[in-house]
Design a protein around this ligand. Structure first.
Ligand code: PSU
Ligand code: MN
Length: 305
């Protein structure tokens, strides 16, 4: 079968792509494994609304009974939000889940793959996976980072959560040729906080500048993705000592309970939500919406350029 035979692109998304109009991809693991019910459904819907408000078309990606769906329907989004048993699908799982006609929630890595298949250049999410703390022993490095080095999709995010080793995450991206562009910031954002104390490769001032860099990377056949790091809005930031306390507890519990592999990130995220009594979730909602807005603006500038 040809690649297109595996893909179900929503008619609105297909039409926008055919007409050269802006489209922004969204992931489904954030819905099924990244946020608790019912905030996950609220976020999934809000993200689509924000993207539409900015004049772009949203395309939430997921695997439904083995079909790669680019642009889930609202009913399908509700399914992903309610069913936390859906398989978390990264690159290594994608073909297996498709072949066995299963349902799957796509991570940053697999959403990038599906977006590229459909011809979508921009993708918005909360935080990317990264190099885990203690990776020098566990070797736990998210497939998201490897995907960024091989698939040409720009990911607008608020950096990565400090459950991860942020200096090592940036080193990995540098080694693998993935630019980290700070959207109106010179400091790499640490998800809940605007700053990590680490520098991005380049501060960019507006959507036009990002779009120009994306086009130039295509012309120069760089063949990789980009991280567009957009800090959480000031009003929604969580003070660093506060979030660091919850993170330390969550990490210690993961260690004690020997949580490994693909379960590590969902475990840490859900413990963080519980320990903070929803404070981390509220910050997450604010930053991801802001990322959707900026991604839509970049997509518009990209299509106009
Ligand atoms: N970080 C977050 N929220 C998330 C994720 C990461 O702040 O929802 C999800 C994304 O789908 C990301 C995945 O691609 O976790 C990374 O998982 P892993 O570390 O197993 O690669
Ligand atoms: Mn991992």
């Amino acid at each position: 079968m040809a690649l297109k035979d595996y893909l179900d692109i929503h008619p609105d998304v297909a039409q926008a792509l055919a007409e050269g109009r802006p489209v922004v991809a969204l992931e489904s693991t954030i819905i099924s494994h990244g946020l608790p019910w019912p905030q996950n459904l609220e976020v999934a819907r809000d993200l689509e609304a924000v993207i539409r408000e900015e004049g772009a078309v949203p395309a939430t990606v997921g695997i439904v009974k083995g079909r790669i769906v680019v642009g889930l329907s609202d009913d399908q989004i509700v399914e992903f939000a309610q069913n936390s048993n859906v398989v978390k699908v990264s690159r290594r799982d994608l073909a297996t889940v498709v072949a066995l006609k299963q349902d799957g929630a796509t991570t940053v890595a697999s959403t990038m793959i599906c977006a590229a298949m459909a011809g979508i250049r921009l993708f918005a999410t909360g935080g990317i996976g990264g190099v885990h703390r203690g990776a020098e022993v566990s070797m736990d490095i998210s497939a998201d980072l490897v995907e960024l080095s091989r698939t040409q999709v720009a990911v607008v995010c608020s950096g990565a959560k400090s459950i991860l080793d942020l200096p090592k995450t940036l080193e990995f991206l540098e080694t693998n040729g993935v630019p980290v562009l700070g959207y109106q910031t010179a400091d790499f954002p640490a998800f809940h906080s605007r700053e990590s104390g680490l520098r991005v490769d380049q501060k960019v001032d507006d959507a036009d500048a990002v779009a120009l860099i994306l086009k130039t990377r295509e012309d120069l056949q760089m063949g990789a993705g980009e991280v567009i790091a957009n800090p959480i809005p000031e009003a929604d930031e969580i003070a660093k000592p506060v979030i660091d306390g919850w993170i330390a507890t969550a990490l210690q519990e993961a260690e004690e309970q020997n949580v490994r592999g693909k379960d590590a990130t969902p475990f840490l995220l859900s413990r963080l939500a519980e320990l903070s009594e929803g404070v981390s979730v509220a910050a997450n909602l604010a930053l991801v919406k802001n990322n959707a807005r900026i991604a839509a603006r970049i997509a518009k500038a990209y299509c106009a350029g």
